[in-house]
Write a protein of this length. Structure first.
Length: 270
């Protein structure tokens, strides 16, 4: 990655349901941030603040490549809300209603649906070695408190079903499960309440970021785990702290639909 010390680095601040991002366009010869700059920008008191940073790069086979970074500088394999933000940005740039983005998760088709953006986040990973887990265990009865489910959506998820998501001890249990040895590369943790067969309530502890208002890849994992357990249909609405996402687990992947918002643009001078 090109070093970004002592340069001017243009960026956009965007969010999807309050899950907020710094978006940097690194295509062509534009400068991109190093890890130290990502950490500095992510500081909500001394920097810009974000849940993830999305870096747009050139790609020969798709409209663009996107890489995601957490506030601690670690790389995230997937970020559904940030994918929708980048898709909206690039569709507006190209005056298009669809495009394809490449992420570590794979090649993701994106579409505009009125004021909303829809992304196919791909099929869930349901093999313990690829999620990854440290050993072969039942995916819907993990040997952890509450017997949560494991789902991979480009990054690992631990889906814990609870009676009341709003009163769940996220700040206490989230980091403990994030760092449990069963998840060798740590995990996102979703606290989920089933409201009915088409509606779920979700709150999220994100790996490398902490409590967030929304998590797109986490919502995909929740939809998969809930249907796999027989609790819901394949198409559901998930109510997050920041608003609603609509998920549909189809034959070609998990489609996620939701809004995006622009906050401001600026220039980081490191």
């Amino acid at each position: 990655m090109t070093q970004s010390a002592s340069i001017s680095l243009p960026f956009l601040k965007m969010h999807g349901l309050g899950n907020d991002f710094v978006v940097i366009d690194g295509r062509g010869a534009r400068a991109v941030p190093d890890i130290a700059t990502i950490r500095a920008m992510g500081d909500r008191h001394r920097g810009v603040g974000f849940d993830q940073l999305a870096l747009i790069l050139d790609d020969d086979a798709t409209d663009a490549q996107v890489r995601f970074y957490n506030t601690d500088g670690s790389e995230a394999g997937a970020c559904g809300n940030a994918t929708r933000c980048v898709a909206d940005l690039l569709m507006r740039e190209a005056d298009a209603t669809s495009l394809v983005l490449r992420t570590e998760r794979g090649v993701l088709p994106c579409e505009r649906s009125g004021d909303l953006i829809r992304v196919n986040m791909g099929q869930p990973v349901e093999d313990w070695e690829r999620i990854p887990l440290s050993r072969d265990v039942p995916l819907d009865a993990l040997p952890l408190p509450g017997a949560p489910s494991a789902v991979g959506m480009g990054n690992p998820h631990c889906v814990l079903f609870v009676e009341d998501a709003d009163s769940a001890p996220i700040a206490e249990v989230g980091p403990r499960l994030e760092h449990d040895p069963l998840y060798p590369v740590r995990t996102n943790v979703e606290f989920v309440q089933v409201l009915d067969r088409n509606t779920l309530r979700q709150r999220t502890w994100e790996r490398g970021a902490g409590i967030t208002l929304a998590c797109g890849s986490g919502a995909c994992a929740v939809a998969v785990a809930a249907h796999r357990r027989g609790l819901t249909e394949r198409a559901v609405t998930i109510r997050l702290d920041g608003g609603d996402l609509h998920l549909d687990w189809r034959d070609d992947g998990v489609w996620m639909t939701g809004p995006v918002a622009y906050v401001f643009d600026g220039v980081w001078r490191g």
